[in-house]
Design a protein around this ligand. Structure first.
Ligand code: 5GP
Length: 206
């Protein structure tokens, strides 16, 4: 449903390991007019990650230059690495009429809200702390220290769930993708979003 209307901005946050990236990748496959924003990061690529696909991987120095140049809509330091959303990339997609999902941490979500942008925010909750720990250990080649740091950050992040418009518990992937898709589809059908199209239809009645 590509239209001339400006796209909607969605934010999905979750603790690292809660499965939000997989969820959003599935969602984007199902909804053609939805794009996932590709963040910049100063962290090194993990095995299997590619520059320009998972992230735009840049040096810390380059990232700091981009901060100074005002290139980021938001950026945050997450367990020692810098992550940011490029303002121009996001704006271009929205202007082209694509709905955009930012998969960013709770600090980033706060900054986007504080910038006064109209967003729909979704918090993806792991089913339990034990399950998050299990997922982090099984998927990652991170050191024990890094895993412990991520779990510590997760404790603080889940406490931020009340700042979000919607919550999706990622207990089972397919069901969680369905719930996330319902949120996007419903936001596309609000009166405000549909106003232009509806006025055109109503005129045909007169
Ligand atoms: P990871 O290193 O596991 O890929 O990501 C670590 C954390 O950084 C995740 O919580 C992820 O949502 C967050 N993150 C990824 N990209 C961005 C971004 O552009 N901005 C912010 N604020 N956080 C991000």
């Amino acid at each position: 449903m590509s239209s001339n209307a400006r796209g909607l901005l969605f934010i999905v946050s979750a603790p690292s390991g809660a499965g939000k990236t997989t969820l959003v990748e599935r969602l984007v496959e199902q909804l053609p007019n939805l794009r996932m924003s590709r963040s910049y990061t100063s962290r090194l690529a993990r095995d299997g990650e590619a520059d320009g696909v998972d992230y735009n991987f840049v040096s810390r120095e380059r990232f700091e230059e981009m901060i100074a140049a005002g290139d980021f809509l938001e950026w945050a330091d997450v367990v020692g690495n810098l992550y940011g959303t490029c303002a121009n990339d996001t704006e271009r997609l929205l202007e082209e009429g694509f709905d955009v999902v930012l998969v960013i941490d709770v600090q980033g979500a706060r900054k986007v809200r504080a910038a006064g942008l109209d967003t729909t925010t979704v918090f993806v909750m792991p089913p339990s702390f034990g399950e998050l720990e299990h997922r982090l250990r099984s998927r990652s080649k991170d050191s024990e220290e890094a895993i412990q740091r991520r779990l510590q950050v997760a404790r603080a992040e889940v406490a931020a769930f009340a700042d979000y418009d919607f919550v999706v518990i990622n207990d089972e992937l397919t069901a969680a993708v369905d719930r996330l898709r319902s949120i996007v589809v419903a936001e596309r059908a609000t009166l405000q979003r549909m106003w232009g199209a509806v006025e055109t239809i109503v005129r045909t009645f007169s």
